[in-house]
Design a protein around this ligand. Structure first.
Ligand SMILES: [Zn+2]
Length: 471
């Protein structure tokens, strides 16, 4: 099936969801209520049946839980093509093993990887995804355009962050010199990406951010110039920060300060910035992130897989800092679903701080409104409210999940998410009955496999054998 509409869907028409358990995230829950969608926006939400609206298409939400669509705040879609390697490695070991493989990628690899990754995300309730792409080997095609094409085909909102690295091994950085670019090339390409793709409109399905990779792979000049560019163009800033203790040691050795202090010196704290990970924070760091409105994207599965540590999420939230959730690149958290990150976040916090550390509703809020805030879209996304965009997940909770007293607990705590009866992006159907309706789901999955094979072949042709597949 192609196109974003089911038979009977009318662009700009009225759609009504009825009889569902509604969790708006920002307001009181409604055990049996309705949502009226007109065009791409939510017109009204309330208890009981919807008003009589001639011509409206009705979706019976009986036995379903309606939540805002989930917002993925950190990802590297290209990594779909390099999953399953360096399985027992720290972040730095894992990166050193994979950089030479990634140096071989081309636009075809990125297109296949992004299509599979975004389809997989949509099937876990995700309606908006960020992506941090920071490896741009020269002469390998337009990698950013390739992933944007994939997002358009899947039908989710997309916030690609034009990433960058300019400090290779010869300059004291971690990545090999072959995968870094020079400062001028990066700034020119980033400005061009904003000009070509960034749509600042309320209904936007495509916004670009500026995202130097991490403190151990970029120069201070790249950080300050990137911030100046982003603020000049009114786009957001993103980077990895405080992910591991190795990074902290690198910052202390190179800059004489810890990661958050380093960011502060570079002008990289503020409400237009969000950091991936933020695992190793001091008490003072938490206060500063909260006080400056700097957001974080918590990626618990990746942090667990790489043994990076457990972020102080419940303390950040208590201080009023914004926290979103991210699946992180698939090479460090294979096949991770965004719905599953809610569970992982809750369990990590409770394992560290006790059973009241993070509720299921707080985890859902982080996965929706928290992500929307990170992307600067809290006016449009992240909650079910009149006037916001109609990005809605309808989860079926009348089967196995129905035996759990609290539907939000059932959504967040299950190791297998409840079936997705419907996923709407701007009122248009992307998933129905657990199946992608915008593009052929199995073809996208197979294209992801082909992207993996192609990347391994391209790496082999460059004399880089992939890391051994088995111990
Ligand atoms: Zn990452």
């Amino acid at each position: 099936m192609t196109g974003h509409r089911l038979p009977g869907d009318l662009p700009g028409g009225v759609l009504v969801i009825e009889n569902a358990y509604l969790v708006p995230v920002t307001g009181p829950e409604i055990p049996s209520g309705h949502i009226v969608v007109r065009g791409d926006r939510i017109e009204s939400i309330g208890p009981g049946p919807a008003p009589d609206l001639p011509g409206a298409r009705r979706v019976d939400g009986t036995g379903c839980l309606a939540t805002p669509g989930l917002v993925n705040a950190h990802h590297h879609l290209y990594q779909w093509a390099s999953q399953g390697f360096a399985r027992e490695a720290t972040l730095f070991e894992w990166l050193v093993a994979l950089y030479p493989v990634w140096a071989a990628m081309d636009a075809e690899v990125v297109r296949g990887a992004a299509g599979a990754g975004l389809a997989h995300l949509a099937l876990s309730g995700c309606t908006t995804s960020a992506d941090h792409h920071y490896v741009f080997p020269a002469g390998r095609g337009d990698l950013l355009a390739a992933e944007i094409d994939a997002a358009r085909a899947v039908g989710v909102r997309f916030h690609p962050a034009r990433g960058s690295m300019d400090r290779g091994v010869s300059d004291g950085g971690l990545p090999p010199d072959e995968v870094v670019e020079d400062l001028d090339t990066i700034l020119t390409a980033t400005a061009e990406a904003i000009d070509a793709h960034h749509d600042p409109s309320f209904s936007s399905k495509l916004r670009v951010a500026v995202a130097p990779c991490s403190p151990f792979s970029v120069s201070t000049e790249l950080m300050t110039e990137s911030a100046a560019l982003a603020r000049d163009r009114g786009v957001r800033l993103h980077t990895h920060l405080a992910e591991t203790l190795d990074e902290e040691e690198h910052c202390l050795a190179r800059y004489g300060v810890r990661p958050v202090d380093h960011m502060e010196k570079l002008g990289w704290l503020g409400p237009d910035v969000w950091f991936a990970h933020a695992v190793h924070l001091s008490d003072a760091d938490i206060v500063r992130l909260a006080g400056t409105g700097t957001g974080t994207a918590h990626c618990p599965s990746s942090n667990g897989r790489l043994g990076a540590g457990i972020a102080r999420v419940s303390e950040l939230l208590r201080r009023g800092a914004n926290v979103g959730l991210g699946v992180d690149g698939s090479a460090s958290a294979e096949l991770t679903s965004l719905a599953g990150e809610m569970r992982q976040a809750l369990l990590f916090q409770r394992a560290r701080y006790g059973p009241t550390a993070l509720t299921a509703r707080q985890a859902l809020s982080a996965a929706t409104l928290g992500g929307a805030r990170n992307l600067g879209r809290e006016a449009e996304l992240g909650s079910l409210e009149p006037g916001k965009l109609a990005d809605i997940a309808l989860w079926r909770i009348d089967s196995f999940a129905g035996a759990v007293a609290d539907p939000v607990h059932a959504l967040v705590l299950g190791t297998r998410q409840p079936p997705l009866a419907r996923l709407l992006v701007g009122g248009e159907t992307v998933v129905a009955d657990d199946e992608l309706r915008t593009a052929p789901q199995d073809e996208l999955g197979r294209a992801g496999v082909e992207a993996h094979r192609r990347l391994m072949r391209l790496a082999g042709e460059r004399g880089v054998p992939p890391p051994p597949p088995r111990p």
